[in-house]
Design a protein around this ligand. Structure first.
Ligand code: GAP
Length: 491
């Protein structure tokens, strides 16, 4: 690349609240994400992935799948059904305890999570530096969470502190109730208790109940893992923040079965590997990734960490790493009456394996990638919006642009586009000025624009423009395929 090809690129500083607004609008305008059933005014917390969104989501899932299954000889895949025998959810504890504490405001008719109201209140006391109040509320809240009558304890705390809803300023509360997050439906013609089935709230249980099927059919020996990507459903009380919290979403989960006593080591190894994946494979800015260690653990876990990302609306979870002990397999053994033990062929030892789980949300990750990539800058004084997505994640890998349609350039570009499209998603575009076409591609994150000009016809060369620097490089047409492939190689 010669110096004359270098462009002056200057990034703009964006306020976080504006970024979300801009992202939602770009996502709709360019076909990444649409509100679900929009012509009927949509459905709360449901979204559709458009042409570019569905390509990008496929890339994310494929990158995850490859780094879990292809790169680990001892991890295999599974695609279990969404609906399962309802006893599964009794055994897993979801029927009894997959609940959130809910509270309603009688005046505004709005519904809230009681624990969120208290946690936000605590956060405000911390921000305002009210140390004495903070200590008092924190210790009452801690006591409440382990109280026999959790609902009453939360309710009394909310009343005693006069906690109001931040969005309305109102606090005309009903009592706190537990609300089960599982969606129920009826299988078959009769809507009766015996026909109730649930839409799975996590993909993990499909893996646990198939433990022996997978192990035997794939001749797996502990330690080994089962990976799965699939839809999960939760009737969330609090919705919002675009695709961050949805009622129908996709999880990418892996359960790693280990010998009891070795779980701490496996946990550390997976913690490290999963954290590194976000920057090494997906190109997410490391500075925006954070660890969070859980003090309050789910009913099945003895250790849990979250990987969190700095979204424009706050630092929030994108993946959980959980040490799930032998809880799930033991429960399924008890409820199904089937032996869930593993027999070590070498030592003849029998045990129920412990499980280390890595559980990522595909939609949250999608949003994290968009938020991380969204940039406004100027190239030699021209303003543009650019999604600085990693080439692996970007939906379109290259745009092939004839400088002009006439003079044979259109045909040459179109032939190159056809040639590349057997390996990559590429777009041909001859509409408008070359500058406008670059901008259209920058906005959807296309990492390379390949231009066919007069020189191309004489010398069989093209220019390749790099999205982030806007710098250009001339290369032989025969090298373009290899160039694109080299940019997509990853872990
Ligand atoms: N099997 C363990 C499990 O489901 P979780 O922390 O409840 O753990 C794992 O969920 C991941 O699933 C989260 O880190 C998040 O990325 C994603 N997730 C959970 N609820 C979600 C929701 N309502 N909308 C979108 N993603 C969600």
């Amino acid at each position: 690349m010669s110096n004359s090809d270098k462009k002056r690129v200057q990034s703009a500083t964006l306020s976080p609240d504006k970024v979300m607004h801009k992202l939602v609008s770009l996502a709709k305008r360019r076909g990444f994400i649409f509100p679900s059933s929009e012509i009927y005014e949509g459905l709360s917390s449901c979204f559709d992935y458009g042409p570019l969104g569905s390509e990008m989501k496929r890339n994310i899932k494929e990158l995850w799948w490859n780094s879990m299954t292809r790169r680990h000889q001892n991890i295999v895949g599974l695609d279990a059904s969404i609906m399962m025998n309802p006893r599964v959810w009794e055994a897993s504890g979801h029927v009894a305890s997959f609940n959130d504490p809910m509270i309603d405001d009688k005046t505004t008719k709005r519904r809230y999570r009681a624990d969120h109201l208290i946690e936000n209140y605590i956060e405000k006391l911390r921000r305002d530096g009210k140390e004495a109040d903070l200590k008092r509320v924190q210790s009452t809240y801690e006591a409440a969470t382990s109280s026999e009558d959790l609902n009453r304890a939360l309710y009394e705390l909310i009343l005693a502190e006069g906690i109001k809803a931040a969005d309305t300023g109102s606090g005309d509360w009903t009592e706190v109730r537990q609300f089960n997050l599982m969606f129920q439906c009826n299988m078959g013609a009769l809507a009766e208790r015996s026909s109730v089935v649930y839409l799975r709230p996590e993909t993990a249980q499909g893996i646990f109940v198939n433990f022996h099927n997978v192990r035997e059919s794939s001749r797996m020996k502990v330690p080994f893992g089962i990976a799965q990507i699939g839809k999960a459903f939760r009737n969330e009380i609090v919705k919002g923040n675009f695709i961050f919290r949805m009622v129908e979403f996709e999880q990418m989960e892996m359960q790693y079965f280990v010998k009891p006593g070795t779980q701490a080591e496996a946990f550390e190894a997976w913690r490290e590997e999963r954290f590194a994946w976000y920057s090494s494979t997906l190109g997410i800015n490391k500075e925006k990734l954070h660890w969070y260690k859980h003090d309050k653990l789910a009913h099945y876990a003895d250790l849990a960490y979250d990987i969190k990302f700095e979204f424009p609306f706050g630092i929030e979870e994108i993946e959980g790493i959980h040490s799930r002990t032998d809880f799930d397999l033991k429960q399924h053994q008890e409820y199904s009456g089937k032996n869930m033990e593993y027999i070590d062929q070498l030592t003849n030892e029998r045990y129920i394996p412990y499980v280390v789980e890595t559980s990522a949300g595909c939609d949250r990750l999608f949003l994290a990638l968009l938020a991380d990539a969204y940039t406004e800058d100027t190239v030699d004084g021209d303003e543009r919006v650019v999604l600085k997505l990693s080439p692996r994640v970007a939906p379109v890998k290259a745009a092939v642009l004839p400088l002009m349609k006439k003079g044979g350039m259109g045909e040459r570009a179109s032939a190159l586009c056809d040639e590349l499209s057997s390996n990559f998603l590429v777009q041909y575009d001859d509409a408008g000025s070359i500058g406008k076409r670059y901008r259209r591609q920058d906005e959807i994150g296309t990492p390379f624009c390949i231009t066919v000009d007069h020189q191309s016809l004489e010398e069989n060369t093209v220019t390749v423009r790099y999205r982030d620097t806007a710098a250009q490089e001339r290369m032989d047409i025969s090298r373009v395929r290899e160039f694109l492939a080299s940019q997509l190689i990853g872990q």
